[in-house]
Design a protein around this ligand. Structure first.
Ligand code: NAP
Length: 259
């Protein structure tokens, strides 16, 4: 049996379980299984690894994307720069490399951490970018905001984080003016605001200042057209939801687990 799964807490509806279960069925991978592992405390992670010797890969979600890094033998450069891991490759046996690098762990497998959110975001954003998309507003400062700002940095797009808390690097929603919106023609929602079932909610930005040169990207994928995107579309903006990013990050996980 080749076992894959998702760790996080709480784990309700899971896109990943549906996605991979369907994929295994369609590809005739009868000895593959994708399970949910609701772990509240990461202190239970070691036990999960040691008692599931057929584990080959894991996805990681809220609230463990950062804490999990302390349990891994190696963290890939993108994930290190973002400071969050959402994909773990489990390698059977602890190869000789661990002995020479002096890694000490009571776990019997080698664990490598990756961030596939950045891959999904970059690939799905790039085809929509126009020359005038040189400045972005990133709504929210959580885990996915870090992956998004990492990609924007890589693409040479200046960004400003908008948050409910002011800090040296963050402005408030109430700071958003006509001028700021006119300069920042790419706006990315990395908050869960507007996600089902709270479909009538949307980030508190002055939508009346949006124009057709704006590109609104919502990481939320359920509903397909959030209130944020709907209001942007009404102003003539181009809109994109998080579905393609979700599929791309899952496929990238699959590639990593099979590499
Ligand atoms: N499409 C994809 O592939 C994909 C991938 C990852 C995540 N997502 C989606 O992106 C969303 C965020 O995920 P995440 O992992 O980044 O979550 P997270 O770490 O909890 O961060 C979300 C951020 O949103 C802001 N926020 C939270 N509640 C808010 C509220 N009521 N009003 C205004 N702002 C609020 C907060 O930023 P401030 O404190 O700075 O305001 C918070 O740090 C989720 O809906 C998730 O499903 C989609």
């Amino acid at each position: 049996m080749k076992r894959f799964g998702l760790i996080g807490y709480p784990l309700g509806h899971s896109f990943s379980k549906l996605y991979f279960t369907k994929k295994f069925e369609e590809e005739g991978l009868e000895d593959h299984v994708y399970e949910l592992y609701p772990i509240e405390h990461l202190s239970d992670f070691e036990n999960l690894i040691n008692s599931n010797r057929d584990l080959c890969g894991l996805n990681v979600t809220i609230p463990h994307k950062i804490g999990i890094m302390f349990y891994l033998d190696k963290i890939d450069a993108d994930a290190k720069a973002i400071d969050a891991v959402n994909c773990i490759k489990v390698i059977k046996g602890r190869p000789l490399e661990s002995f020479f690098t002096g890694e000490v762990s009571s776990m019997k497998m080698r664990l490598e951490g990756y961030n596939t959110d950045c891959y999904g975001f970059e690939l799905s954003l790039k085809p929509l970018l126009k020359k005038h998309h040189t400045k972005a507003l990133v709504l929210g400062s959580g885990g996915s905001s870090r992956a998004v700002t990492y990609v924007l940095g890589k693409l040479g797009i200046d960004y400003q984080i908008v948050s409910r808390k002011r800090s040296r690097k963050q402005i408030l929603y109430s700071d958003l003016s006509a001028e700021l919106l006119s300069e920042h023609t790419l706006i990315i929602n990395t908050t869960p605001v507007g996600m089902s079932p709270a479909v009538d909610a949307c980030p508190d930005i002055p939508y009346e200042f949006l124009k057709d040169k704006h590109l609104l990207y919502d990481l939320v994928y359920n509903p397909a057209e959030t209130m944020f995107l709907k209001k942007g579309k009404e102003q003539g903006a181009t809109i994109k939801n998080g579905e393609e990013m979700l599929h791309l990050q899952a496929e990238r996980s699959w590639e990593i687990w099979n590499s």
